[in-house]
Design a protein. Structure first.
Length: 472
């Protein structure tokens, strides 16, 4: 058993807490036999009397049972699986769920430079209203019936053409619509993973990758990300030592760094994937933000061991949930069965709305305006952050994110906690780092930073965090 993290608590409480965590994350299943008192004492380096007290506590609360002559066992009736307990306990300010909760639960009028979406006023409202009017006049099946498992044929054909523009050859029958990019990853995890399998992610990476993998009880390993892609030397070493089943990444406009995968790195990553029989899931959700198309792993690979996913929540609407999976045909066939088992038909109305907006000439004009607006926002935000002593790790060519280094000595988690007291939702670096190596970093969404009050509150939060750090 793993040693409990050091806490200011009695040893009996530490031992009991360790067992509770392993029961909560299903490392110890219902009915499983626990180590004997002597064995657990030896494993943890505690006295037998300490373990007796720990087991007495667990017996009293019903977490375990005792059978005379047989030993101690996990109770048959256990609490529901808790995602927060699936890994060692982290400060809530760096938990992968923390930023999402704060962003989603805060009011629409509150500044949210830590969130991962555009303000509603930056999205194609008129295009969506036009699509809604069209849908309301369509036959009832369009908004009352189930969708086919693959999804709307016209939208899949359109996606096939859009992907071809970026060098990814995928016929409409190789594309399955989903209700979001997150659902796409969830379905692929169901297809490819068993509990305990290893998945490699970038460090830093989109925090919900970690949350979703935790829900699938995967073992996560991470590879440091550079301005040109994953660190190739460490990628090879981690793949050799850990034999991951999947590598989950963004190639274009990496989240949170804004970096772009280079062609050289892409080719070498694919060589490592072939060497280690590694499946790559390439999240292409930020494709429409690009000024110039970046290299795509799926284009170089031809969808042999690379699966590409995407959605339109960032540039079109977060409410009209529509995503997709592009993969080789036999995988799509199996994914259809999994989709039917987990969500049955899919969102026909969302697919109709998405197709109506994407196929309208106004969407391309919207993207041109959006890219120009983001370019101006990145420049303005970078200038104002530098005045606070905050410097970008790189200066991205496109997109809405800046991955920034805070002034020396500041802990991003402390700044984020202080920010909440000023009604400011921030995204501390360790929320994105599985290795917890981004203490001094923070991700900023430039589209959410046009108001002077954001920088005023950010400066206040930084000052408060600095005072707390000096006093600790």
């Amino acid at each position: 058993m793993d040693e409990a993290s050091p806490k200011a608590m009695p040893r009996a409480a530490m031992a009991a807490d360790l067992i509770r965590q392993r029961i909560a994350n299903r490392s110890l299943a219902a009915g499983a036999k626990l180590p004997s008192i002597r064995k657990l004492a030896a494993m943890l380096g505690f006295s037998t009397s300490t373990i007796v007290e720990a087991y007495d506590r667990l017996l009293a609360e019903g977490a375990i049972t005792s059978r005379p002559g047989a030993g101690f066992f996990v109770a048959r009736h256990v609490a529901p699986f808790e995602l927060a307990a699936a890994e060692p306990r982290l400060d809530r300010a760096i938990d992968p769920f923390w930023v999402s909760r704060q962003s989603l639960e805060s009011g629409d009028d509150e500044p949210k430079p830590g969130c991962g979406w555009l303000p509603s006023s930056w999205l194609p409202e008129e295009g969506m209203r036009k699509a809604l009017r069209q849908a309301s006049r369509a036959p009832a099946a369009g908004f009352m019936a189930y969708s086919s498992p693959l999804g709307l044929p016209a939208l899949r054909t359109l996606l096939s053409r859009r992907m071809a523009e970026k060098g990814v050859e995928a016929g409409p029958d190789q594309i399955m619509l989903t209700e979001s990019g997150i659902q796409a990853i969830d379905l692929l995890c169901r297809l490819l993973l068993s509990p305990g399998d290893t998945v490699m992610v970038d460090d830093p990476c989109y925090f919900n990758f970690q949350a979703l993998l935790r829900a699938h009880r995967a073992r996560i390993v991470s590879v440091p990300y550079t301005p040109h892609g994953p660190d190739l030397e460490l990628f090879a070493r981690i793949a050799t030592e850990n034999r991951p089943r999947i590598y989950l990444t963004n190639s274009a406009l990496h989240n949170p760094t804004g970096a772009v995968l280079s062609s050289v790195t892409a080719h070498r990553v694919l060589k490592q994937a072939e060497l280690h029989d590694l499946v790559i899931i390439e999240d292409d959700i930020f494709a429409d933000f690009e000024e110039r198309a970046a290299p795509r792993l799926a284009a170089f690979d031809g969808l042999e061991r690379v699966i590409q996913i995407g959605s339109f929540s960032k540039t079109l609407s977060a409410s009209a949930r529509c995503g997709y999976i592009a993969a080789k045909r036999d995988w799509i066939d199996t994914l259809i069965d999994i989709k039917i088992a987990t969500s049955f038909g899919g969102g026909r109305l969302s697919a109709d709305l998405t197709y109506a907006v994407l196929s309208d000439g106004g969407y391309r004009k919207h993207l041109e305006t959006l890219r120009a607006r983001l370019s101006q926002a990145r420049l303005s935000t970078t200038t104002r952050l530098r005045k606070l002593g905050i410097s970008p790790w790189i200066e991205p060519d496109a997109g809405m994110f800046l991955w920034c280094r805070l002034p020396d000595g500041l802990d991003a988690a402390d700044v984020a906690r202080a920010g909440l007291k000023h009604n400011l939702v921030l995204a501390p670096g360790n929320a994105f780092s599985h290795a917890q190596t981004a203490t001094g970093f923070m991700r900023f969404n430039v589209a959410q930073m046009s108001d002077d009050v954001v920088f005023e509150r950010l400066e206040q939060a930084m000052s408060q965090a600095a005072r707390q750090g000096a006093g600790s």
